[in-house]
Design a binder for this molecule. Structure first.
Ligand code: UDP
Length: 239
C-alpha cells in the first residue's frame, strides 16, 4: 500500500514575490505554472489545500508606491493586489486540471465570492483548492497573519510558509557555507533565537493555537510533497 500523507488539510502561504520569478514586478506565467504543478501533486494525493497569497509583487501598504500615502488606504490597495494574484493563481490551477475557488475577505462579489467559513470547508471537503484573497480584510495586518487566521479557522494541521530558502538556517546560507538548516524548532526556541519565521502577529496566533508552521521552498521540486508526506524537508516550528 502506498504511504499515506501525514497531513489531510494544509494552509499554504505564498508570498506575492514568489509569483514574480526573475521579473521585477507582477506575475510571471512560467513561475506560477511551476508552483501550481507542485500544488497539484499534493491535491491529487487527496490532501485538502487552502492557499493565502500575498501582494508584494504588486503593492505593499508600507513600501514603494505607498510612501506618503495614508496607511489604511495603502493597505486596502495591498489587499486588492492579493485579489489579483488570487485570480491569476486560480486561473493557473484551473488550467492544470484543479478546481480552485477564490474567497475574498473584502466584498467584491462581481469578481470573487466573499469568504464564508462553512462554504470554504465544504469546498475543501469536495477536493477544491480554496484561495483566500484580500488578507484578513483589515489594514495594518499582513497576509502572514491571514494565513495563521484562516489556518486556525479551517482547522488546518499545518501552515506552510513558502520562502526562497528551503528552511530556517543558523545563518544566511548564501553568505555562510557553514550555515545549517534546523529540521525542527519549538515556537519558544524560534523566538529566543529571533528567527523571524513569520511576522509577530502571525507567529503569536500560531503559537497560541498550537498550529505548527513549516518553512520550505515551493521552488524545490517535490519539496511540498515531501512536507505533506512528513519527510525531513524544510523547518518545522511546533508547540
Ligand atoms: N494587507 C493588509 N491586511 C491584510 C493583508 C494584507 O492590509 O490582512 C496589505 C498590506 O498593505 C500588505 C499588502 O496587503 O503590505 C500585501 O500583503 P503582504 O505584504 O503580506 O504580501 P507578501 O509580502 O506576502 O507578498
Amino acid at each position: 500500500m502506498p504511504a499515506q500523507p501525514a497531513y489531510q488539510r494544509i494552509l499554504l502561504k505564498l508570498s506575492g514575490e514568489a509569483l514574480m520569478g526573475d521579473d521585477a514586478f507582477g506575475i510571471n506565467r512560467a513561475t506560477i505554472v511551476r508552483m501550481v504543478e507542485e500544488v497539484a501533486e499534493v491535491v491529487n494525493m487527496g490532501v485538502q489545500v487552502a492557499v493565502v497569497i500575498g501582494g508584494g509583487n504588486i503593492f505593499r501598504g508600507v513600501a514603494g508606491g505607498s510612501v506618503g500615502m495614508d496607511r489604511a488606504t495603502a493597505d486596502y490597495m495591498g489587499m486588492l493586489a492579493t485579489v489579483m494574484n488570487s485570480l491569476a493563481l486560480a486561473d493557473a490551477m484551473d488550467k492544470q486540471g484543479l478546481t480552485a475557488r477564490v474567497m475574498s475577505a473584502i466584498n467584491i462579489e462581481q469578481v470573487v465570492e466573499p469568504y464564508v467559513r462553512p462554504k470554504a470547508l465544504q469546498y475543501l471537503e469536495e477536493g477544491k483548492v480554496v484561495i483566500f484573497a484580500a488578507g484578513t480584510g483589515n489594514p495594518f495586518f499582513t497576509t502572514d497573519t491571514a494565513a495563521a487566521l484562516r489556518g486556525a479557522e479551517i482547522g488546518a494541521q499545518l501552515v506552510l510558509k513558502a520562502t526562497k530558502v528551503d528552511g530556517v538556517y543558523s545563518a544566511d546560507p548564501q553568505k555562510d557555507p557553514s550555515a545549517t538548516r534546523y529540521a525542527k524548532l519549538t515556537f519558544d526556541e524560534a523566538m529566543m533565537r529571533n528567527l523571524g519565521i513569520m511576522d509577530a502577529t502571525a507567529f503569536a496566533l500560531c503559537r497560541d493555537q498550537k498550529l505548527p508552521i513549516k518553512v520550505f521552498s515551493i521552488f524545490k521540486h517535490g519539496a511540498l510533497k515531501r512536507v505533506v508526506m512528513g519527510e525531513d524537508e524544510g523547518t518545522l516550528v511546533y508547540a
